[in-house]
Design a protein around this ligand. Structure first.
Ligand code: HEM
Length: 181
């Protein structure tokens, strides 16, 4: 994963738990002397170890922390790439554009990014079906990102995630429903 993802995790931990907590997490769960540089790649296992340590510190299930991180991450990505986000007039357009617009731009901006395969189908004005597949199985982070995107457009959404890679499926199926209409 890119250092930028770790930078956003750092911001979230400092905001919620303070600088001392982040320094302790780094000392105990990252390689010695680690500094995360935005455009550089780091092993996925480092992010998972830090996320697990955050869950442990807060005494929360890892799934909740990954989802909360995804939610926080959307704002972090939007701040760093506002030109990309501003191309979309609304929530539906952004979600429909994740794979073929947003992550295509990410591929141009970064060397060798670790991106999922995402396919979306608009079921109605208020419902989108998303198929998610990635060797990293960060579907709960995807859920959080969707909640973050909904908040960005001041919508409330509900996500039904019946089929999941964590339960042995080849891909995840998420049905995103806007509820504020
Ligand atoms: C709701 C909208 C979005 C969803 C659901 C989504 C989904 C994801 C997921 C789940 C990952 C983790 C990697 C994996 O699963 O294999 C990821 C990575 C990433 N996404 Fe998105 N994304 C969204 C919006 C954005 C936006 C707005 C940007 C920035 C313009 C962005 C840039 C990136 C970058 C830079 C990475 C990390 C690449 C790396 O670490 O190598 N995404 N995305």
């Amino acid at each position: 994963m890119k250092g930028m993802i770790f930078n956003v995790l750092e911001e979230m931990v400092i905001e919620k738990l303070g600088m001392a907590a982040w320094n302790t997490l780094l000392t105990e769960h990252a390689p010695p002397g680690r500094v995360y540089v935005s455009a550089k790649n780091y092993d996925d296992s480092e992010l998972f170890a830090l996320a697990a340590a955050v869950a442990n510190t807060l005494n929360l299930p890892l799934a909740d922390v990954v989802r909360a991180f995804g939610h926080y991450l959307f704002q972090g990505l939007a701040e760093r790439h506002i030109d990309v986000v501003q191309r979309f007039a609304n929530f539906n357009e952004l979600v429909m554009g994740i794979h073929n617009v947003i992550h295509v731009e990410v591929n141009k901006l970064y060397v060798d990014p670790a991106l999922p395969t995402i396919r979306c189908e608009q079921l109605s004005d208020t419902q989108i079906k998303m198929i998610y597949q990635s060797p990293r199985k960060l579907c709960l982070c995807a859920e959080g990102l969707l909640y973050g995107a909904a908040e960005y457009y001041q919508h409330t959404i509900h996500i039904q995630h019946d089929q999941c890679m964590h339960q042995g499926a080849t891909h995840c199926e998420l049905v995103i429903e806007r509820q504020d209409v």
